[in-house]
Every structure is written in C-alpha cells, then in structure tokens.
Write a protein that binds this ligand. Structure first.
Ligand SMILES: CC(C)[C@H](C(=O)O)[C@@H](O)C(=O)O
Ligand code: SF4
Length: 471
C-alpha cells in the first residue's frame, strides 16, 4: 500500500461504505459524547421513531454547558440561570435513564466539560473516531483520534446507527519547528496559528499538527492546540500518538488493562504519517518566533503579539470589530484596562493550566476592581487542584473558585460579564456577546490571564516570571 497520512489511516479503518460522486461515505463511530444542549431533539427523534441507541457502550454523556458553577443552597437546590437551563439538564438526566446510557452527572466524581472529562476517564483513545454535538470535539484529536463536531440531526443518526454519512476532507499539515520560549504556551501557539492562517484557513481540511515543538507538548497542551482547530475552520485537528499519549492514558478507567493494554499500545504506535505520504497542503511555523499572543477583535483570527501594535483594520468588518472592542490600531493590547478575568473552558481549564496561573498568582492580589473567576474543567481537575492547594492560592488572591462547567466561556449558565466589560479569557471564542451582551473578550493563555488579573490591565506574564527568577 502506498504511503498514508495518519488521517488517511483513521479514515480508511472507519469508512464502512465508500463515498461516490453522488453519495457520501459511511463512517463507523467508536465514541459518541453527549451533552445537554445538542441532544434533546435527537433523543426525541429516536423516541418518535421507536428506535433505541445502537451502541450504548460507545455513548457517554455529561452535564456542562447549562450547569451553574455556584454550589446548591441548603435545600440542595442548584442556582440554575434560567428555567430552560434547568429543563435541559433534567431532560438529559431523563434521556440517559430511558435509553440506558452512562451519564457523568451531578453525583459523578467524573462530571466535567465534555472535552475535559472524556479524555480523563480514558474514553478518548488513539485511533478512534469520536463525535459529539459540539464544535470543540477536535480536542480529542490530541490523542491521534479523528474527532469532530456534528449537528443535532447527526447526533440522532449516530445514536440510532453508530454511523455517520461523511465525505472525506482534505489534509493540511501544520509543522511547528523549533521550541517555544519561556512564558509562551500552547495557547499562544494555537492563537498564533489561527492569526496566521485565518479563521477560514482550515476550511475543508483536517489538520495534522507535526514538528518538534508539537512533539514536545504535554498531553494537556496538545488538547489546547487541537481544541481550537475549529476556530481556523478545520473539520478536525490531530496529533500522532506517542509515549506522551500512552503515559497519560495508562491506568485510566476506560482504557484496556494488562495484556490488552500492551496490544493496544503496539497498535497505536502504527498511527503515524508514513514517510513520503502527501498532504494536500502544508504550513510551516517557527515556534521560537512566537510571543505571548492575544486577540484584539471579535473572531479568533484577529490575533496579535501582546506587545505588538494592533494592526489597522483591513476592511469595514474589522473596523467594526475594533470599534466594538474599543481598541485602537497602532497601540498594543498590553496595557488595556481589564474588568474581568476568566480562567476556564475546554481550552484551558486542566490541572496544568491552573498550576500555571497559580504560579503567577501565589502571594499576589487580583487588582482592585477586577473580578476573577477560576473554573476547573472537571471534578477531577477540581479535586487535583484542591489537593495541591491551588484553590487557596486563587482565593487568597481574591479570585472566585467555582464548580466545574463551561461557565463564562459561553454565558448560558449565569456566569457572564456586563455590557462593555473587558474580559481576559482562557476560552476559545471572542464573538460579540459571547461572554454576555456587549462584553468584550480578549482570548489569552492562563499565564496572560493571571498576569492581567494582578496588573488590572492586559499584561505580559514574563514580567512576573522574571521577577520570580530574580527573587
Ligand atoms: C453549545 C454547543 C453546541 C457549542 C459548540 O458547538 O461549540 C458550544 O460548546 C460552544 O462552544 O459554542
Ligand atoms: S467550554 Fe466553551 S467551548 Fe468548550 S464546550 Fe463548553 S461552551 Fe463550548
């Protein structure tokens, strides 16, 4: 057989019916993740047709988007933001019982944002096809799985058949050579990439991230990178699995054990792009040139190095974005006054993210007038962080330590910013109103977010890291 890319291998091993000029192919799905927002109509459809879930053992649900991050009151009542949010959660709780599906619900020690909790329990594994009614499903591609978001109608198709109609996308290699500088994180890398290729740069492609800077990333950093593939328009983002992947996965609840683990790893080691395999397109990036980066506009492609001047608007839409953000071309983002700092979301709410932020915040205070929310991505992250005392570091600094959920990433659960407020956020979307009507979002790394909370303005974390090194 001729040389194949990792993506080709994943596709070939899951396409059960080939596509033709007039019909899409049929792809077998190994894992279907479900959350409360995009599943109600899908389950209703099954009900109305008298269908059951085809592979309950390959379906796993969680509660994350609509869940409040404040604890229940003395009567156990949770402070849902709206009756709709509460109904959505109740609906999924009912659906998993009616259809016999596992739910990481309120009483589970594993509940969390779907893209944090799925990998943590070992449901996400190399070589799988993974779907979820959620655009950030590409996160799971960090494990060498073909993972992408689907719509609610397709959620129904997968529930009923465990298959999906798909045409094969093209492949794009993003090769990152060199090494990231101190204070420059995986988040800066992916923001830089989207800034470079644009929000349409990945459209029609599955991206494979390669190169020595990608190999050097931890598993959690790889998830941060793959998470935002959709923000470049890509169908999915992938990183070939290696020892970093296997070490991270070994021993987790849902991965194979004993001899079966060894066999799985041996098979997973074949999941690499063959020498001589061709991508449809390639981009090269030099990691050593990347600075801590932030967004300055209203989509994730409007990215600038934190100390570099904001570029002039190229068109009326960009000018509208600058006006909305109250940002001036020619001035850097560093120094912009900050109202709210949010550390959370499926992009950056894992233990290493919280450690990075805590490193800067330890012994310091959130600036007067700044509100800071730290929201762990899952119950596991919360437990691990609390056992290290990170929650205390954040609380001592004056930040709020919340319960796991999507929180202020999407502002549909009660956590939101006020009109006009500027939020430095570790999430992945900065659209108008994303974090509350009129709220202005600056996407950044946990290091930039923590430094900005302390400074009360958008700040370069290297100022604080250097102080520490000097001390
Ligand atoms: C609610 C859900 C459908 C949505 C998505 O698909 O990504 C959300 O997670 C988001 O981040 O905007
Ligand atoms: S954390 Fe944000 S981006 Fe991630 S799934 Fe939740 S709403 Fe979507």
């Amino acid at each position: 057989m001729s040389a194949r890319t990792l993506f080709d291998k994943l596709w070939d091993s899951h396409q059960v019916v080939a596509e033709s000029a007039t019909t899409p192919g049929v792809l077998y799905i190994d894992l279907h993740l479900v959350h409360e927002v995009t599943s109600p109509q899908a389950f209703d459809e099954l009900r109305s047709r008298g269908l059951s879930v085809r592979r309950r053992d390959r379906t796993l649900a969680t509660l994350d988007h609509s869940t409040p991050t404040l604890p229940p009151d003395a009567n156990g009542k949770r402070p849902y933001y709206t009756p709709e949010a509460e109904a959505q959660v109740a609906m999924l709780e009912k659906n998993v019982v009616d259809f016999g599906i596992d739910l990481m619900g309120w009483d589970s020690p594993n509940r969390g944002i779907v893209h944090v909790a799925g990998p943590e329990v070992g449901a996400t594994q190399p070589g799988m096809t993974i779907v979820c009614g959620d655009s950030h499903t590409a996160t799971h591609g960090a494990f060498g799985a073909l993972a992408f978001g689907i719509g609610t109608t397709e959620v129904g198709h997968v529930l009923a058949t465990q298959c999906l109609l798909q045409r094969k996308p093209k492949s794009l290699a993003i090769r990152v050579d060199g090494a990231l500088q101190p204070g420059v994180t995986a988040k800066d890398l992916i923001l830089h990439i989207i800034g470079r290729i644009g929000i349409g740069g990945g459209t029609g492609y599955v991206i494979e991230y390669t190169g020595e800077a990608v190999r050097a990333l931890s598993m959690e950093e790889r998830m941060t990178v793959c998470n935002m593939s959709i923000e470049a328009g890509a169908r999915a983002g992938l990183i070939a699995p290696d020892d970093t992947t296997f070490e991270w996965l070994e021993g987790r609840e849902r991965v194979p054990k004993g001899e079966a683990w060894n066999r799985a790893v041996a098979q997973w080691r074949t999941l690499t792009t063959d020498a001589g395999a061709r991508y449809d397109s390639e981009v090269r990036i030099d990691a050593s040139t990347i600075q801590p980066s932030v967004t300055y506009g209203t989509h994730p492609g409007m990215v600038v190095a934190i100390n570099a001047p904001v570029p002039a608007a190229a068109d009326a839409l960009e000018q509208r974005a600058l006006d909305y953000m109250k940002v001036t071309a020619g001035k850097p983002m560093a120094g912009e006054a900050v109202d709210v700092v949010f550390i959370g979301s499926c992009t950056n709410a894992r233990l290493s993210d919280l450690r990075a932020a805590a490193q800067i915040m330890r012994g310091r205070q959130v600036a007067a007038g700044v509100r800071m929310l730290v929201v762990p991505g899952s119950e596991q992250v919360r437990r691990d962080a609390e056992s290290e005392g990170l929650h205390q570091v954040f609380r001592d600094a004056g930040a709020e330590w919340r319960e796991p959920g999507c929180s202020m990433c999407i502002a549909m659960n009660g956590d939101l910013a006020q009109p006009g407020q500027l939020v430095v956020s570790t999430s992945n979307r900065n659209f108008e109103g994303r974090q509350g009507k009129g709220a202005r979002t600056v996407l950044a790394s946990p290091l930039v977010a923590a430094a900005s909370a302390i400074a009360g303005r958008v700040a370069d974390p290297r100022e604080y890291i250097e102080q520490e090194a000097a001390a």
